[in-house]
Design a protein around this ligand. Structure first.
Ligand SMILES: *[C@@H]1O[C@H](CO)[C@@H](O)[C@H](O)[C@H]1NC(C)=O
Ligand SMILES: *[C@@H]1O[C@H](CO)[C@@H](O)[C@H](O)[C@H]1NC(C)=O
Ligand SMILES: *[C@@H]1O[C@H](CO)[C@@H](O)[C@H](O)[C@H]1NC(C)=O
Ligand SMILES: *[C@@H]1O[C@H](CO)[C@@H](O)[C@H](O)[C@H]1NC(C)=O
Ligand SMILES: *[C@@H]1O[C@H](CO)[C@@H](O)[C@H](O)[C@H]1NC(C)=O
Length: 443
């Protein structure tokens, strides 16, 4: 049996599901570690249970020790906080009690600008873990270190958090005037290291991916494995700025989703969510090379191949992804305070988007979102000074397209009897009314 359903107007209802906490300052960052949540505001660091109840808090003196790097180091039982004060300092805290300070080190050369975006995470092989920091460390020179690997233990060549190795200072440097790190991670299974960033030169803006082999034990060997490529989005128009990204858990390939912006707020298709296969990054772009290498400036990379553009809107600000079997479930935040869920089938074809949450006062959703580390049925979103824990299964009734959402939602735990389902035509993220052209086949 085959049916068509065209031009159906769906009134999207929503309700407030989940928990909420209002902090006394805006959220600068938040991370998940050891089954807990750590939320950084201007003046405080909060340690919270996964249900958002507070366990501990620690005052931060923003005028003397502002924090801009927050990394949970589960294996070591610590939470690393760093800032640019005193030429860069890090304070290592007990992950079970952040009021307990374990270690402090300053003069770490962490870059001049406090507000600049950076990425930091634990990288390397199990026997040699490093704190990777992606940040332009010196604005005054044309070639400055942008990626360093910091020790996590005392070694004969330097202290905890030093980036030296055997008398040299291995790093990746960049020739671009501006470098803005957006995201980065190391794959558990393969130790592939990925970094995603924006560069700006006098003539153009570009999105880059850097790949390194994190299974090597020496810093210099990890850097020597550097491969890089340009990521372009999309064929309809150039969107040269990456806003947020997420890796989609996959067994065979590394599939990655990026939110790209054309930087034109008036354009209803200013932002696009696009998927790429980043399994194999090969070659080099001219903007990045390892320190001391002669090759900086030569280019051998080809652009990454786009798999699919799955969503366009005026104002996407963040993305997170989970997989359930062959289904991919994407969560997208917008700069007017919506959390949208979108399900893709095995061919990366999107189904109907649904709004899981909408803020009353159009607060932008923070670019990083995290899933509940204990129960993967909730996602945390930060909206200015507010943190919300939202159920990934919508609690509203959706009428009248009963075949469109819940029946096809792999997170709902219901089996599906529809195959070729909805094709989205237009989606006005600013209104709750949207028009879909749905085509479905009942088996
Ligand atoms: C922060 O540090 C400054 C300079 O040492 C000091 O004057 C101020 O009282 C401190 N603020 C708090 C809240 O501790
Ligand atoms: C904290 O410090 C940063 C950089 O030094 C500054 O931009 C920000 O306005 C300060 N915030 C408060 C609440 O003082
Ligand atoms: C790792 O744990 C040890 C022991 O608690 C501590 O001394 C060290 O500072 C920690 N290192 C980092 C980078 O957190
Ligand atoms: C992804 O790329 C790898 C390496 O180029 C290739 O072997 C694989 O088939 C691709 N997978 C998908 C789903 O495109
Ligand atoms: C995946 O889908 C199955 C069946 O649709 C469901 O029972 C299960 O709870 C889902 N898993 C997650 C992590 O949501």
């Amino acid at each position: 049996m085959r049916g068509y359903l065209l031009g159906v107007l769906v009134l999207l209802k929503y309700c407030i599901c989940g928990d909420v906490v209002d902090f006394d300052g805006d959220i600068k960052d938040f991370v998940v570690g050891n089954g807990k949540l750590f939320v950084l505001t201007e003046n405080r660091l909060h340690q919270m249970r996964h249900d958002l109840s507070e366990e501990k808090k620690k005052d931060i003196n923003n005028s003397t020790h502002p924090v801009n790097i927050l990394v949970p180091f589960d294996d070591n039982g610590t939470l690393i906080t760093c800032g640019t004060y005193e030429d860069g300092y890090c304070e290592v805290l007990d992950i079970n009690d952040i009021t307990n300070s374990i270690y402090y080190e300053s003069k770490l050369f962490l870059g001049p600008k406090e507000t600049e975006k950076s990425v930091a995470f634990i990288a390397g092989a199990s026997s040699s873990k490093y704190l990777l920091i992606g940040k332009k460390l010196d604005q005054s020179t044309s070639q400055s270190p942008v990626v360093t690997l910091r020790n996590t233990v005392q070694t004969q060549f330097g202290g905890i958090l030093s980036y030296s190795e055997e008398g040299s200072d291995p790093a990746i440097q960049s020739t671009a005037r501006d470098v803005e790190f957006v995201d980065g991670f190391q794959r558990d299974s393969s130790s592939d290291l990925y970094l995603f960033l924006n560069t700006e030169t006098d003539s153009e803006r570009k999105v880059h991916v850097l790949w390194m082999d994190g299974s090597k034990s020496k810093k210099s060997e990890i850097f020597k494995s550097l491969q890089s490529a340009v990521i372009k989005c999309c064929s309809d128009k150039a969107r040269p700025v990456l806003v947020s990204s997420a890796v989609i858990p996959s067994e065979k390939a590394v599939i990655w989703a990026g939110v790209f912006s054309a930087q034109d707020q008036q354009d209803p298709e200013n932002t696009a969510l696009a998927l790429y296969n980043i399994s194999s990054i090969q070659g080099r772009v001219k903007e990045f090379c390892t320190l001391g290498e002669k090759m900086c400036g030569s280019e051998s990379a080809s652009d990454l191949q786009l798999l699919s553009v799955v969503f366009k809107s005026s104002s996407l600000s963040s993305v997170a992804a989970v997989r359930n079997g062959s289904w991919i479930v994407l969560f997208m935040g917008t700069s007017d305070g919506q959390l949208i869920k979108l399900i893709l089938d095995e061919n990366y074809t999107p189904g109907c988007p649904s709004v899981l949450y909408k803020s009353d006062d159009e607060r932008a959703v923070f670019p990083r979102m995290h899933f509940d580390p204990v129960d993967f049925k909730h996602i945390y979103i930060a909206l200015r000074n507010q943190l919300r824990r939202v159920s990934v299964v919508p609690c509203a009734e959706y009428k009248p397209l009963k075949d469109c959402r819940s029946a096809l939602d792999p997170l709902c735990g219901k089996s599906s009897n529809t195959q070729n389902y909805a094709t989205l035509v237009t989606f006005h993220t600013r209104s709750l009314l949207f028009v879909v052209s749905a085509r479905y086949v009942l088996l």
